[in-house]
Design a protein around this ligand. Sequence first.
Ligand code: PSU
Ligand code: MN
Length: 303
Amino acid sequence: MNRSPFMHVRPEVAEAVERQRPVVALESTLIVHGLPWPLNLETALAAEAAVRAEGAVPATIAIWEGKPVIGLDAEQLHALAQQKNALKASRRDLAVAVSKKLSAATTVAATMYLANLAGIRLFATGGIGGAHRDSTHSWDVSADVSELARTPVAVVCSGAKSILDIPKTLQVLETASVPVIGYGTDEFPAFYIHSSGEPITARVDSPRQAADLLRAHWNLGGAGVILAQPIDPHVALEPESFMSALSTAEEEAVGAGVHGKELTPFLLSKLAEITEGQTLRANHTLVLANARLAAQVARSLWG
Ligand code: PSU
Ligand code: MN
């Protein structure tokens, strides 16, 4: 059943894919580089439980000792969650991790790519990467965007991370032909912030409507899709106080000379300090909500 010897698909996951049962992929960069121990492990386990509670099979994806794993076991999850120095692997880093037999956390781009190889079409995470605020100078636009342009996986998220330039991110997604679908909203959510105020491509209001749209997109030969649901307003951050925290975090990043792939983890961890954990609570809550929604949509497609 495991047709690719270079990756390990957990038997429960392989069987569900084979039988066209609902499966939801989950990401590991968020666990290793996005959240601190032990909240990261709690979030990873709770996201898997949320997927199961909705009747789908969870598959958390990472590279374990040089092998892509589709469906980490509890021990691997536990070990990775404590390995803060594990590689952050986007798609271009996969071969490096495999050939050097490293363990690595996979970004949205790398997770979608591996999920698709394993036949999984639904994937839940917190927020995608996109165009950074200084991207006109740095050219720092996440490889998540290029992967969405070519890989037929739906990424259920709370929009793009609030540390990004949202209008520019939406523009590059448009150029990449990626539908940006709002779940129960007409405005693009901004991760910790309930709304960016920016318009989306279309709105759906039920897992069934989302499933119909995905089916149509893939029947038409489309690739990635963003299904974005806003964070629960009870844990969302106020835009004004968030933006001031972000300015401080950005100044510290410039001062410390942080750029490239280190920038996102650095900003997320500074924001957690500055907001005294508000961003962590928000991140935890939105990941679980997205895992739940991804499972509901997967059930609508294959239940
Ligand atoms: N969602 C979260 N926390 C994260 C990420 C997503 O709630 O840490 C990660 C994802 O793995 C995403 C990555 O692909 O941040 C983007 O990093 P970069 O901006 O370097 O492409
Ligand atoms: Mn980047």
